[in-house]
Ligand binder design. Structure first.
Ligand SMILES: Nc1ncnc2c1ncn2[C@@H]1O[C@H](COP(=O)(O)OP(=O)(O)OP(=O)(O)O)[C@@H](O)[C@H]1O
Ligand SMILES: [Mg+2]
Length: 594
């Protein structure tokens, strides 16, 4: 059953895209529709842009443009090669065609459950391998929900026991160890409260700030260049030569203390400035003690968080450079398993040219280019897409984009996504918090996802009892944790509900809908519609209006302007009125295409 039609094709109709007119606003921008193809049956399409304007009779008309997604046949997703029939009816897409054609998946194992397809109760399951298989970027302005969405993804990867290493500059991912207490949210998305404290190990570069985390220690086998970069003071050429000679003498797995003692043996006065620089470095604490084992850090089911909170930016860079380089090397020779490597605030660790330089840039660029051959899965997260190295961004084949408004950031996103459309550009600027546009090889077409509630508590800092165990919020009654019934799930947002009003709808309700409670005679109703137009609709505005959603940002040209200027021709109006009365002699005629 196709259900009630909500519009029809108009204007240019191609196999891959078409214009349409909506007679019912059940579906919004980014929504899915289906249209019957003369050869392949129903084909799924996605609305890329929509605009509403007042026609000659000051009735509101909704026009749009849609891209064909494809149809499902014999386990394959195919694209039609011939156009649809002009004038073909448009229907709301049903769950089955959406799930099949978009490859949203149907089950939890081996897939990431990220939330619901926006405006629906269709769960989005993305195939793990095809999503993280290459690399991922998570981009959005601050506060839009990046870390939340990433944590949702991490919860799913943890369930699948994928080894994870997180570069965490703000110390926010230890919240994976704390139960969520947003029960309404969890019910809405059919999520069970859970924590991952048995899998997560938090490391810290500063035990003073984070006493419960393990100390993260790097091996101190510095190169001269690294040391000069790290020391907060600059050395003269003669002082540099003291340092160089000492470094040449060091052998094997030496510590920073050993290097300091070696330089202290010198008799020259030049040693004092070098020693003072090294003492400052020692204070960072990153080289103090037995170095952290990489085999402990990366193993099945383990999530290692490198909490860099409180650490100097230069030391953070060094940690990321060292750790990333070592892990990549160990991965290329098969000494550690495949892993998911998450870099938060990535613009600080691999900045775009002109936005500073970081020691870690080079290795992150190498991994973006070559990592997938070795199943080293990189995920970069940033609030400033324009400031991340373009080479890194363009290698991410899954993009999770939440609200972005900065024009430079939008431009960077546009250049990193193949097939970026004007509609996507508008959509990204209008996304709500927690809603993400996902473009991925795991998907046939970009989708907008209402990211699910976390199982663990966003923003929580673990609290420890006397035995060192993490305290959890008290458990709620069992009925609060039961999976919800389908009818409790998300409903279509108000903006997507059918809106009544205007002459067209008044006529439809007058002639086609069954009688309701009102007792007006037919004559009274007709006179209300034709003689007192204000009784059936809001006061018409003088100028064409667009839906607030599709308004271009101030000062920018509206790229879809020609569509807005379209009006119903008198012939078409007559034909459509005749359709209402059921005596349209021209119904079989092909609508004009423009
Ligand atoms: N999917 C979601 N469901 C519910 N709440 C959310 C969701 N996404 C974001 N939020 C809310 O928005 C707030 C900000 O989200 P988040 O911390 O993920 O932002 P961010 O993009 O990482 O910001 P920043 O750039 O500052 O790190 C969260 O504290 C949470 O309250
Ligand atoms: Mg964040």
């Amino acid at each position: 059953m196709a259900g009630e039609d909500i519009g029809f094709l108009t204007g240019n109709v191609r196999p891959s895209e078409f214009d349409l007119r909506l007679t019912d606003r059940k579906v919004g921008k980014g929504g899915f529709i289906k249209v019957k193809h003369p050869v392949h049956g129903f084909v799924l399409a996605r609305i890329d842009s929509l605009k509403t304007y007042l026609d000659d009779f000051e009735e509101s008309e909704t026009q749009g443009h849609a891209y064909t997604v494809g149809y499902y046949e014999g386990g394959q997703i195919l694209s039609p090669r011939t156009p649809f029939n002009p004038g073909e009816k448009v229907y709301l897409a049903d769950t089955k065609i959406i799930t099949d054609v978009l490859s949203l998946g149907h089950r939890r194992e081996g897939s990431l459950y990220l939330g619901y397809l926006e405006g629906s109760d269709i769960p989005v399951y993305l195939d793990i391998q095809r999503t993280i298989g290459k690399h991922i970027s998570v981009l959005a302005k601050t506060g839009a929900g990046k870390s939340y969405a990433v944590a949702v993804m991490l919860e799913e990867l943890l369930k699948d026991k994928v080894p994870i290493v997180i570069i965490d500059p703000h110390g926010e991912y230890s919240s994976l160890c704390v139960d969520n207490d947003d029960y309404d949210g969890m019910l809405k998305y059919n999520v069970q409260v859970r924590n991952y404290s048995s899998q997560v190990i938090e490391y810290t570069t500063d035990s003073g700030i984070n006493p419960h985390a393990k100390k993260f220690v790097l091996r101190a086998d510095f190169t001269m260049e690294e040391l000069l970069n790290l020391m907060p003071i600059s050395l003269s050429d003669k002082e540099k030569s003291v340092l160089y000679t000492a470094l040449q003498d060091m052998e094997g797995d030496y510590t920073l203390n050993m290097l300091i003692s070696r330089i202290d043996e010198e008799t020259t006065k030049l040693k004092w400035k070098v020693l003072s620089g090294l003492e400052d470095l020692k204070k960072s604490g990153v080289f103090d003690g037995i170095s952290t084992s990489y085999n402990e850090l990366v193993k099945e089911g383990r999530c290692s968080i490198i909490n860099l909170k409180g650490t100097l930016p230069s030391v953070q860079e060094l940690v990321v450079e060292r750790l990333t380089r070592e892990l990549f090397h160990l991965r290329t020779i098969g000494k550690i398993p495949e892993l998911f490597y998450l870099v938060e605030e990535a613009h600080n660790f691999c900045p775009e040219r002109g936005f500073g330089d970081a020691m870690s840039s080079s290795i992150l660029r190498t991994i973006a280019g070559e990592g997938r051959k070795f199943n080293f899965h990189l995920c970069v997260v940033s609030q400033r897409p324009a400031r991340i190295d373009k080479n890194v961004l363009s290698q991410c084949t899954t993009q999770i984009i939440l609200k972005v408004t900065n024009p430079n950031d939008l431009k960077a996103i546009k250049h990193s996504i193949e097939g970026f459309t004007v509609g996507m550009d508008e959509e990204i600027q209008q996304l709500n918090i927690g809603h993400a546009l996902i473009v991925s090889e795991a998907l046939k077409q970009p989708i907008t996802v209402d990211i699910r509630t976390r199982e663990t508590k966003h923003g929580a800092k673990p609290k420890y009892d006397e035995t060192g165990r993490i305290e959890q919020p008290p458990k709620p009654p069992p009925e609060k944790l039961a999976p919800k019934k389908k009818d409790q799930r998300t409903e279509y947002p108000k903006s997507r509900e059918k809106k009544r009003g205007g002459l067209w709808n008044a006529l439809v309700s007058l002639f086609l809908e069954p009688e309701g409670k009102d007792t007006k005679t037919l004559g009274q109703k007709i006179s209300e519609i034709f003689l007192k137009p204000d009784a059936t609709k809001e006061k018409p505005k003088k100028t064409p209006v667009k839906e607030k959603q599709s308004e271009p940002p101030k000062g920018e040209p509206d790229k879809d302007e020609p569509l807005e200027k379209r009006r119903l021709s008198p012939d078409e109006r007559r034909r459509r009125l005749a359709q209402i009365f059921g005596d349209d002699p021209e119904t079989q005629e092909e609508p004009e295409s423009d």
